[in-house]
Each structure stands twice: as structure tokens, then as C-alpha cells.
Design a protein around this ligand. Structure first.
Ligand SMILES: O=P(O)(O)OC[C@H]1O[C@H](O)[C@H](O)[C@@H](O)[C@@H]1O
Length: 541
């Protein structure tokens, strides 16, 4: 085993380093030591079981793993996604300085700029009504059809940036379940509806199937010729888009060096741009670019994504916590955890190292979450008193957009801070007993009830604070998480940029389609699959 990892484990146990209350009691400077800021974004990780010695060891481990060199290789366009022989350059999409970024000897920036400008023209045309539907009416509704990276980014950000949404209404269809598209199209007027078909590969069965359903919705109401006016596409597979019958002038390309889960900055962001406008989309890119520079330049101990990665690695590998929860105290961020699930779990849910060996440490944690305060009334019981320790990442803006509802924002802030404080401090048996006795309970009953009211405390969390959730601030937050996933991936020793784990199910689904359609027998499948097929076919009779 890596000696630094062994040393980290030893240190964690020896110092009882997980005792957060003791750490706060011993050091009044703990907050200032273990919190960092970039612009108005503050990351407080003082409520995690980190100390100077552990941080030093983690920094050494990052040195040994070559995080800095690999970071440079990523930004420089080296083909660090070795299993697909691809560069990893989502950072080029928000390279606002426009410095050359070379892949295979060619600068990618002219292509990046060209697509961004074309998206801007198209988005503004839709927003102003200069581009209209087949019957001459302006578009009131836009339906984005895509799944995974071609859905989660634009869907999450459109919701998060609702206060900036002044374009047509946006709808997102992803699931192959016909219910999703049926419910979405119900109530929409084909004459004023624009369909965006978004797929990096343009082969994804869900998206292709929903696109055909949407095509019928347009063509049956307005005629085949209307399809050209009501469809556009976003893809890296321009030949396949042409086969679908979408006009070249309505196709916005991106490149194989943009991973699906990193593609919100590319033409996949078109629906967001239509919603909030070209200028605000530019600010969203600016925010990510600011974090890119910070990640590249800031010393490790002041570097938010780097530190977030180190703490995440420590919690996953050294302390062996299997999951982490992301809890934004922001209703508009309600899809943020879903977005992070793809970003993090598809990137770091791996069991093989970059050298094709079995990993020797745990890799990516299970990521999940919901906005506060809602989560408090649902699953926080387990976070406070359950038998697993689940580190939490809280986020809270200092200001809401609803200035007339400031008192509600104050309640939101108070709740966010109360949760991290409660998780850290807990309540001892003596405190619980004393509280009950104070309330007048008799001693015998207090003895029995008090254990149920004990909180172990020492439960870790990180809190992010920022001024206001603007396009810039959101761009910054997403890029921060992208680079955190990168840092952890390097420390795990894996390739964070492929996703072979989604393939097997896809292959088997293709084989099972004729079986569940009753065209082929289930022979050759296991008895469970055969039994399930029989039950479904019987019930569908
Ligand atoms: O954009 P597409 O090619 O349609 O792919 C959509 C999604 O499907 C796949 O199964 C991958 O796991 C995702 O990384 C991807 O974002």
C-alpha cells in the first residue's frame, strides 16, 4: 500500500482526528485556518476532520500522484482520456482569453468561437422573434430532447437561473418512457414550438426515439416541410444529424474532446442560452473561466477545487465514508445533486487504474442530495442519528432574488448554519437528560428517553457561501466541482473521462427489445429474466 496512505490512516486513528468538537475547542483559529475564499465564494471546511498534519500528508500525496502535472496536461490538450484516446478540453470552451489550445497540432479556439457565435445568433433570433416557425409565428416554447450530459446540464442550469430567464419557456424531455414526452407536448402549440435534439453521438436510443415522436408532433400538425423550421440539433456527429433531416444551418457542433457530462459549456448549452440570452451565457462561461485560472494558479492551500478534492479523497479513502450529500439551501438548485451525480459518479465510479490494474483503494463515493430546508424534514434524521457518517456539502447565498421576502431568506440561512452546527456539536447523554429533567420529566423516565435524544456529533460538513446565484456564480460553482472530480480521480489513479460502465445495460436492452415485444423467445436468458418477461407479456395481454 502507498506509504502516505498508510501514514494518513495511522494519523487519523492515532490523533482521534475525527473529534471535531475537540478540534474547535483547542483552536480558536480553526475557521480561519481551514476556510478559503475565491472572490465572493467562501469554502469553509473547518467542520471536517482535517488538521495541519493531515493536510500536509494529503498535499504530499497529491504531489506524488502528479496532480499538478496532470492538471497541466489536461489544460494543454494532451490525450489524458487514454481508453478513448481523447483530449479532455471542456476548459477550452470557456477559455475567454482565447489563447491557442492545441489538439493534434491544430488550435481548437477558432472552431469554439465560431460555434459560440452561431449559437448566439440563433438564440437571439429565437428570443427576439426574428427566427419564426413555419406559420410565421414566433416561438413561445422550446423543447430540448436529450439525456445524461445532453439533458442534466441545461435542465439544471435553466432552473437555477430562473431569475435571468427572459426568453421563451424551456422544457426538457429525457426519459424513453413515453409519459415524459406526452406530458411535455400536451398543451404545447406545434406552430410556436422549437425542438432541439441534443446528443453527442446522435445514436442514443432514448433521444432518437423521442426525436421521432416530436417530429410526428410537428409534421402531423404543420406538414413535413415544417420540420426544417421547427427542429435544430446539437451534436458531434454531423453526418448522423444530416441523415435525420435537420438542415446544416440549424446544427451546432462540438467535439470528441468534450465529455457529455462536461458539455454544458458547449452547444449543449444552447437551450440555456435561449433562456437567459447570449450575454448572460457569456457570464456563465466567465465564471467557469475564473475558476479554471484559480485552479491552475493558486497555491494548493488557497486552491478551492484542489482542497475540495483533497478533503473528498480523505473522507472517501482514509475515513471510508461511502457517500456524500450535497445540500444547496436554494430551491432553484434542486437539480444540482442530480447533475453532480453524473459528473462525479460517471467520472470516478471505476475499479481499474489508469495502468489497467485493479484499484487498491475505494474510488468515487455515492453522491446524492436535495435542497434544504426540504431535506431536513425527510432524510436528515439519518444524517444526525443514523449509523453511517455521511459528509455533507452545504451551499447558501447571502442574498436571495426575492428582496421583499428577506425574512424567508434569513430563515433559510439560519437553517443551513444550524444544520452544520448541530451535526458537528451533537448532544451528549448528560445534556439530553438535563434537558428532560428541566422540562419536569421524572428521573426514571428521563433515563429511558434520553438515549433517543442523543446526537453523537462530530459529523463533518463543508459549507459554501456566495453573494447571489448569478450566471457567473453558477459557472464558478460547476467548474469548481468539475476540477474537484479531476483531483480525486488523479488521487484514485483512475481515468475519470470514460464511461464504459453504461455500455453493458445498453447492449442487453437491445437484445431484450424483441423479447419484450413478443417477437423472440426469452430462451437463453436466466430464469429471473425469463420469469419477468413472462409476467410483463401476460399482464399486457
Ligand atoms: O449525448 P449522447 O451521445 O446522447 O449521450 C447521452 C449520455 O448517454 C450515455 O449513456 C453516457 O453515459 C453519458 O455520458 C451521456 O451523456
Amino acid at each position: 500500500m502507498n506509504t502516505l496512505i498508510a501514514k494518513l490512516r495511522e494519523t487519523a486513528e492515532r490523533d482521534n482526528a475525527t473529534d471535531l468538537r475537540a478540534a474547535f475547542a483547542a483552536d480558536p483559529e480553526r475557521f480561519s485556518k481551514f476556510s478559503v475564499s475565491f472572490e465572493d465564494l467562501l469554502m469553509d471546511f473547518s467542520k471536517t476532520a482535517i488538521n495541519d498534519e493531515i493536510l500536509d500528508l494529503l498535499v504530499k500525496l497529491a504531489d506524488e500522484a502528479g496532480v499538478a502535472e496532470k492538471r497541466a496536461a489536461m489544460f494543454a490538450g494532451e490525450k489524458i482520456n487514454i481508453t478513448e484516446d481523447r483530449a479532455v478540453l471542456h476548459t477550452a470552451l470557456r477559455n475567454r482569453a482565447n489563447t491557442p489550445v492545441m489538439v493534434d497540432g491544430a488550435d481548437v479556439m477558432p472552431d469554439v468561437n465560431e460555434v459560440l457565435a452561431a449559437m448566439g445568433d440563433f438564440a437571439e433570433g429565437i428570443r427576439t422573434g426574428a427566427i419564426r416557425g413555419a406559420t410565421g409565428k414566433p416561438f413561445t416554447d422550446v423543447v430540448n430532447i436529450g439525456i445524461g450530459g445532453s439533458d442534466l446540464g441545461p435542465a439544471m442550469t435553466t432552473l437555477a437561473l430562473a431569475p435571468f430567464h427572459d426568453g421563451p419557456r424551456l422544457h426538457y424531455v429525457s426519459n424513453v418512457d413515453g409519459a415524459h414526452i406526452a406530458d411535455t407536448l400536451k398543451g404545447l402549440d406545434p406552430a410556436t414550438t422549437l425542438i432541439i435534439v441534443a446528443s453527442k453521438t446522435f445514436t442514443t436510443i432514448e433521444t432518437m426515439t423521442n426525436a421521432q415522436t416530436a417530429r410526428k408532433f410537428i409534421a402531423s400538425a404543420l406538414g413535413e416541410e415544417a420540420v426544417a423550421h421547427h427542429f435544430c440539433a446539437v451534436s458531434t456527429a454531423l453526418d448522423k444529424v444530416a441523415d435525420f433531416g435537420i438542415d446544416q444551418s440549424r446544427v451546432f457542433g462540438f467535439w470528441d474532446w468534450v465529455g457529455g457530462r462536461y458539455s454544458i459549456w458547449s452547444a449543449i448549452g444552447l437551450p440555456l442560452m435561449i433562456a437567459i440570452g447570449e450575454k448572460n451565457f457569456g457570464k456563465f462561461l466567465d465564471g467557469a473561466y475564473a475558476i479554471d485560472n484559480h485552479f491552475r494558479e493558486a497555491p494548493v492551500r488557497e486552491n478551492l477545487p484542489f482542497l475540495l478534492g483533497l478533503v473528498g479523497f480523505y473522507q472517501r479513502v482514509i475515513l471510508d465514508y461511502p457517500s456524500r450529500a450535497v445540500i444547496p439551501y436554494d430551491q432553484r438548485m434542486s437539480r444540482f445533486a442530480a447533475y453532480l451525480q453524473q459528473l462525479d459518479m460517471e467520472s470516478n465510479g471505476k475499479s481499474v487504474t489508469i495502468e489497467s490494474e485493479a484499484v487498491t483503494t475505494p474510488t468515487g463515493p455515492i453522491v446524492w442530495g436535495e435542497p434544504g430546508t426540504n431535506g431536513q424534514h425527510a432524510f436528515f434524521q439519518l444524517l444526525h442519528q443514523g449509523t453511517n457518517i455521511i459528509p455533507i456539502e452545504f451551499m447558501i447565498a447571502a442574498n436571495g432574488f426575492e428582496s421583499d421576502l428577506r425574512h424567508q431568506h434569513q430563515l433559510l440561512m439560519a437553517n443551513c448554519l444550524a444544520q452544520s452546527e448541530a451535526l458537528m456539536k451533537g448532544r451528549s447523554l448528560d445534556e439530553a437528560k438535563a434537558q428532560l429533567l428541566d422540562k419536569g420529566m421524572d428521573a426514571g423516565k428521563a433515563e429511558k428517553i434520553a438515549p433517543h435524544r442523543v446526537f453523537s456529533g462530530n459529523r463533518p460538513s463543508i459549507t459554501f457561501v456566495y453573494d447571489l446565484l448569478t450566471p457567473y456564480a453558477l459557472g464558478r460553482l460547476i467548474a469548481l466541482y468539475e476540477h474537484r472530480v479531476f483531483v480525486e480521480g488523479v488521487l484514485f489513479g483512475i481515468n475519470s473521462f470514460d464511461q464504459w460502465g453504461v455500455e453493458l445495460g445498453k447492449e442487453l436492452a437491445t437484445g431484450l427489445l424483441p423479447v419484450v415485444s413478443g417477437k423472440e423467445s426469452a430462451e437463453g436468458h436466466d430464469s429471473s429474466t425469463k420469469g419477468l418477461v413472462a409476467a410483463l407479456l401476460e399482464a399486457a395481454k
